[in-house]
Design a binder for this molecule. Structure first.
Ligand code: F6P
Ligand code: MN
Length: 307
């Protein structure tokens, strides 16, 4: 494992691992939005007064982060289409036919902005302007977390590993840890949704985890909760409930990019029955029940559900 004392920038690292130039350029351009997004927190603490396509109240920062990222993608000339949690429909750009397709949750966990807990940006990158492709087809995925440190975790595809960078005092992302592997023996669980709405099988699963000594750690920001589990091992769940059979979180903007990275780090993502990355998306804002983390507990819920 490498630490910050060896200063290897994100740009150097992308070159070192042989990342294709335009994909590397796209990742770098997106990474450059971390600072402007972060700088906007003090003056954007309020609701925007609008709702997104999923019926959630937008915060001013949701709208701003969406705009900063969209402007960057439009100006890059590298992108053919953008899907965003904050946009009603896919935005097609007049760029090269084979530009990338970018799916993003510009600011995940925005209900935590006013209490200054960690939130982040989630991004999945597809080939050829594709938006509604399976998660397993992604070329790359990344997230940035605005916490005590600003960090960036990314993979440039299957077999390329998952690597973590930290924004240093020179304003550059420097390699913090390379080749993250999710521990199989970690015992943290982050359970979304109201317990009174759990299905019997989900309740049984959660009871099992508690019986097995899993410790509850749930912040309310998917990206930060999954990041913790990626480091410490365990499982994040936002299940199907009696009221919402598809749960709450979105397939394209939340489940797929995070699931792709956790899978690349040796973990797994499931809707309780099957690998989420194999789901053929039908709609931009489609929701999906999520179980993501170490293989052991994700296999366990599949056993319970398929019984
Ligand atoms: O983007 C949706 C989100 O904010 C996730 O980051 C988080 O995991 C979830 O909603 C929290 O939902 P709840 O308030 O139901 O726990
Ligand atoms: Mn979100």
């Amino acid at each position: 494992m490498k630490y910050i004392s060896d200063i290897i920038t994100l740009e150097d690292y992308l070159t070192e691992i042989g990342c294709e130039t335009s994909l590397g350029d796209l990742i770098l351009l997106l990474s450059e939005q971390a600072e402007p997004i972060r700088d906007a927190f003090p003056e954007n603490q309020d609701y925007a007064g609008t709702e997104n396509a999923s019926g959630e109240d937008q915060m001013a920062l949701d709208v701003l982060a969406d705009k900063l990222l969209t402007d960057t993608l439009e100006e890059s000339g590298l992108v053919g289409a953008i899907g965003s949690e904050e946009k009603d429909t896919i935005l097609y750009l007049n760029n090269p036919y084979d530009g990338f397709g970018v799916n993003m949750d510009p600011l995940d966990g925005s209900s935590l902005i006013d209490v200054n807990l960690a939130v982040g940006t989630i991004i999945g990158i597809q080939d050829k302007g594709n938006i509604l492709n399976k998660g397993e087809d992604m070329l790359a995925a990344m997230y940035m977390i605005y916490g005590p440190m600003t960090t960036l975790v990314m993979t440039t595809g299957k077999g390329k590993g998952v690597h973590e960078f930290v924004l240093n005092n020179d304003g550059e992302f420097a390699l913090l840890r390379e080749n993250l592997r999710i521990p199989e023996d970690g015992k943290i669980y982050a359970p979304g949704a109201l317990k009174q709405d759990y299905t019997d099988k989900h309740l049984e699963f959660i009871d099992n985890l508690e019986g097995d000594g899993y410790k509850l750690r749930y912040s309310g920001a998917f990206v930060a909760d999954v990041h913790q589990i990626l480091h410490k091992g365990g499982i994040f769940t936002y299940p199907a409930t009696e009221k919402n059979e598809n749960g709450k979180l979105r397939l394209l903007f939340e489940a797929n990019p995070m699931g792709f990275m956790v899978t690349e780090a040796g973990g797994k993502i499931s809707d309780g029955y099957r690998n989420i990355l194999e789901i053929e998306p039908e709609a931009v804002h489609q929701r999906v029940p999520i179980y993501v983390g170490s293989k052991g507990p994700v296999n366990k819920i599949e056993q319970i559900m398929n019984r």
